[in-house]
Each structure stands twice: as C-alpha cells, then as structure tokens.
Design a protein around this ligand. Structure first.
Ligand code: ZN
Length: 272
C-alpha cells in the first residue's frame, strides 16, 4: 500500500495530499499507469532495474506538473519521480521523467537537488533543457505525442518582460535562460505563444544587454554541434554552454557544493 504524504504548497491551500510508492510498490504502479503503452512499460522496467529501491514515485491528485528530484532534501537517498495526476498527459509526464532517469544509466550527470549552489536557479533549468534535447528522439520512439513532451505553459506576459528588464539585479544570464527555454518550448512543443514576446521585445533585451543576440547565436551553434550527446565529455561540453551564458564553470566531480550522480557501469554512484 502506498503511504499518504503531504506537500507544502503555500497559500491559499498550504498542504496537498499525495501517495508515496516505495520499493516493491514502484514498478507495479508505473506498469499500471503505462498499461496501454508497452514501450513505456519497457522503459519503466529498464529504469527500475537500474535504480532499484533508490527509485521512488509519488502521485498528486491536484498537481498538473511532474518532476524528477535527484537526492532532494525530503528524500536524500532517493531519486524521486513526482507525478501530477491533474493532467491529460500523465503517461507522457511519467515517460518524460523516466527518460530523465534513463540518462543516468547512459552516464549523463545530474545535479544533486538538495545541495544549495550559487546560481542554482540557472544551472538547474539549463541542465534540464539540455537533457530535453537528449530526450526528444527517444520520447518520440515511444510513440508518444511530441506536443505533450513538455507541460503546457502560459504565454509570457509582455509586462513581465518589461518589468524584468527594469530590475537592477536581472542579468544577461536570466534573459538568455528565458530565451533558450522559450525557443526550446516552441521547437519541442510546436507552440509559438511562449516565444511570441521575442518579436516585440527582443530589441529591448538587446538594448539592455548589448551583445546578447551574439550569445544567443552561440547557444544555437553549441546545440547544433551536438557534442552534448556524448556522456563521457558531457561535463566539458556543458561547461562550454555555461560559459556562453556567463556562468562560472562547474566541476561536477570535485566541487564540494556539487554532488552529481552518474551511472556509467550499471551502478549509481554519488560524488562527494
Ligand atoms: Zn524535463
């Protein structure tokens, strides 16, 4: 039987209830959710046999989003899929998170979610977006709808962009990350509403951060080179992107505030 758990979400509801599946409960629950998609079941079985009891699953009746939390503060020993059930893309979300987990098996590193790091608001989405580049083809091979690969987003309100640009602490990095995320959403989800603000407001961004268009082009070149597809050189390659963004490089194996998991040989290893 799954365990009843609560999640603090803040005002106005404060707590929502979920169900936690652990150990021998995890795989049958995933098989049940994915029962109409044999290829997705095979993916779940592969990830489960790789991670074993490290993998846990929680389901949330009221949530629409899903995540993969790698050694988070709540379950520091676990790789945790949180699955929102208030969604019409439950199979797609679970498969999406399983594909993130499968990258561990392929040897790609992932950031430890419980370690507070400088600029973590930038590294986490950036790594997530790069992982999405790696996941989109395997996702399509599962026979799932490409438009449901990512959760639907609300279009960016132009007031948010203008407000954002008027804030002193906003940096080029924040704008570049926003741009990359929105362009990727457009490309992967086939939905241009998220990036529609670029048409009207990119010139303001360029005015605020001269040279940002060149940096955006460098990001496109970095993606086109495709070197991020090799797990053995991923750290170096990812740091090239990090450097284009204007962030300090990260030493995934050594920096004490970074703890990354890799699974090159079938075992999940933790770096300290
Ligand atoms: Zn994702």
């Amino acid at each position: 039987m799954p365990t009843e758990i609560e999640w603090y979400v803040g005002h106005p509801k404060f707590f929502i209830k979920g169900q936690l599946y652990e150990r021998e409960e995890v795989l049958p629950k995933m098989q049940e959710i994915l029962r109409l998609n044999p290829l997705c079941i095979a993916l779940a079985e592969e990830v489960h046999s790789f991670l074993g009891n490290v993998l846990i699953l929680s389901t949330w009746q009221e949530q629409d989003e899903s995540t993969l939390v790698t050694y988070g503060s709540k379950y520091p020993e676990n790789i945790h899929i949180t699955l929102g059930l208030n969604s019409d893309r439950i199979v797609e979300s679970l498969s999406h998170e399983l594909l993130h987990a499968q990258l561990l098996k392929q040897g790609f590193p992932r950031l430890d979610a419980k370690v507070a790091i400088p600029y973590e608001d930038f590294y986490f989405p950036l790594l997530n977006m790069v992982q999405h580049e790696l996941m989109i083809f395997p996702y399509q091979e599962l026979g799932l709808n490409p438009l449901a690969f990512l959760a639907p987003k609300q279009p960016v309100d132009e007031r948010i962009i203008l407000n954002h640009l008027s804030r002193d602490e906003v940096t080029t990095i924040a704008s570049l990350i926003q741009w990359y995320g929105d362009m990727q959403y457009q490309n992967l989800a086939g939905d241009a509403t998220q990036s529609a603000w670029l048409e009207d407001h990119w010139w303001r961004v360029e005015q605020r951060f001269p040279g940002i268009t060149n940096k955006a082009n460098e990001v496109v070149d970095w993606i086109d080179r495709g070197e991020y597809q090799d797990p053995t050189t991923f750290e170096t390659t990812f740091n090239e992107l990090v450097s284009i963004m204007g962030l300090p490089p990260i030493d995934m194996g050594k920096d004490f505030w970074f703890d990354v998991v890799r699974g090159p040989s079938g075992a999940v290893r933790r770096w300290r």
